[in-house]
Design a protein around this ligand. Structure first.
Ligand SMILES: Cc1cc2nc3c(=O)[nH]c(=O)nc-3n(C[C@H](O)[C@H](O)[C@H](O)COP(=O)(O)OP(=O)(O)OC[C@H]3O[C@@H](n4cnc5c(N)ncnc54)[C@H](O)[C@@H]3O)c2cc1C
Length: 386
């Protein structure tokens, strides 16, 4: 244990900024480099489940996040061809003793909060600065952490190129005006080969939509490919009126291809490390990408500066190995579970669909606790208590 570490972080997304706060609060010297000239966040919603909001609370941001977001009370599943609810997951009961809330947050609001708190904690944020890890560690830092997202350059240096494969699914995302009266519930309508999720943001002033359709043709991976709202409306024509009403309000939508990535095999080399989407990009079917990034940030900061004291520079490789060992099993399980969820939502065989939906409906009436209990391993985890 010794002198504070000088840590460079590439990327001012959720992973990079939350790591920066956690490290600064543990007395480390931190600079975040962001390639964009401004931290402008795409307009989209995020579900932060109790495992993620536990980290926000650990960083001292629990109340501020709750004030910006909405506390989700339930996730409800519906079939596209019936008004009958298939399943209701009550989100208000603490799981495994984790009392932290399930939140619906606007991404821009969360990023704004993280940036403000990082700077208040003494983190330097340099915009318009793209890090090229192949050229070495910036500004003589002890460690470069790649929080540089899906197309991470730091991951490439550590792992070589890892080709993802197209899952045969595309997703649209859109924000539409809300009527301010929607309950804080995430609703999912499922149909063969497609589903759509809607939940309110900012007190119900907005509704976040994510819609997924299976198709053969390839759409580029990334967040900024605009599409015609009519394509989305056409894909979900015939869904219940509640969906039609939301889609009618859609003025702009983005579409992207969903790719399956391997979890990276090498997370560090002693001088560079990765976290968040740079290590384990995930499909959006469990809403866990940002939650995993928050968990990673806490665990990595704790490995580098246990009890607020930095590990000695010679001990960096061992500390980084402890971080990888603490995280790899859980993130791999989450990434796999997200893929399984897509299959369950999109069942095509009518008999299999009926059997699954009836089973879920009965189970949620007879033993609602047991149904949500299936997610205890996910939502109940609190890395800040480990
Ligand atoms: C539509 C959609 C809905 C989602 N919903 C949810 C949800 O409900 N709940 C949830 O938990 N997750 C959700 N996710 C996933 C979540 O948004 C991501 O997993 C999370 O934002 C990843 O954060 P990150 O910081 O690792 O990466 P990013 O947010 O991608 O940030 C990476 C940053 O690094 C910068 N950068 C890249 N390269 C460099 C470089 N060389 N030098 C400097 N800077 C660089 C980028 O500009 C960017 O700012 C969703 C994703 C999508 C697409």
């Amino acid at each position: 244990m010794g002198q504070p570490l000088d840590i460079a972080i590439a990327g001012a997304g959720i992973a990079g900024l939350s790591l920066a706060i956690a490290l600064a609060q543990r007395g480390q010297s931190v600079t975040v480099y962001e390639q964009s000239g401004a931290i402008t966040e795409v307009g989209a919603g995020l579900q932060i489940s109790p495992n993620g909001s536990a980290v926000l609370a650990g960083l001292g941001l629990g109340d501020a996040a709750l004030a910006l977001g909405m506390r989700g009370t339930a996730i409800e599943l519906y079939s596209h061809d019936s008004d009958q609810r298939v399943l209701r997951l009550d989100l208000t009961r603490a799981r495994h003793g984790n009392p932290h809330p399930y939140l619906f947050l606007h991404r821009a609001d969360l990023i704004g909060l993280l940036k403000e708190r990082a700077e208040a904690a003494g983190v330097r944020v340099q915009l318009d600065r793209r890090i090229d890890p192949a050229a070495g560690i910036p500004d003589g830092a002890d460690l470069l952490v790649g929080a540089d997202g899906l197309h991470s350059a730091v991951r490439s240096v550590l792992n070589g190129s890892m080709a993802p494969f197209f899952t045969g699914q595309v997703a649209w995302r859109a924000l539409v005006p809300g009527d301010g009266a929607a309950p804080p519930v995430a609703r999912v309508w499922m149909a063969p080969k497609r589903h759509i999720v809607a939940y309110p943001l900012r007190g119900g002033a907005l509704v976040n939509l994510v819609a997924v359709e299976e198709r053969r043709s390839w759409v580029a991976e990334g967040w900024f490919h605009p599409d015609e709202p009519d394509n989305l409306r056409e894909a979900f024509a015939g869904f219940p009126p509640a969906v039609g009403t939301l889609l009618e309000r859609c003025k702009s939508v983005f579409v992207w291809g969903l790719f399956r990535h391997q979890v990276a095999g090498t997370w560090h080399d002693g001088r560079m490390a990765i976290l968040g989407d740079a290590v384990h990009p995930t499909l959006p079917f469990l809403a866990q990408g940002a939650n995993m990034a928050l968990e990673d940030a806490w665990v990595l900061a704790a490995a580098l500066a246990p009890h607020g004291q930095a590990v000695a520079r010679d001990d960096l490789p061992a500390a980084l190995s402890r971080y990888q060992a603490a995280r790899i099993k859980r993130v791999t399980r989450i990434v796999d579970a997200a893929e399984d969820n897509a299959r369950a939502y999109h069942l095509q065989n009518p008999a299999a669909r009926l059997a699954l939906h009836t089973g879920l409906r009965v189970a949620s009436m007879v033993a609602p606790g047991a149904v949500l209990g299936r997610f205890d391993w996910l939502y109940g985890a609190d890395v800040t208590r480990a």
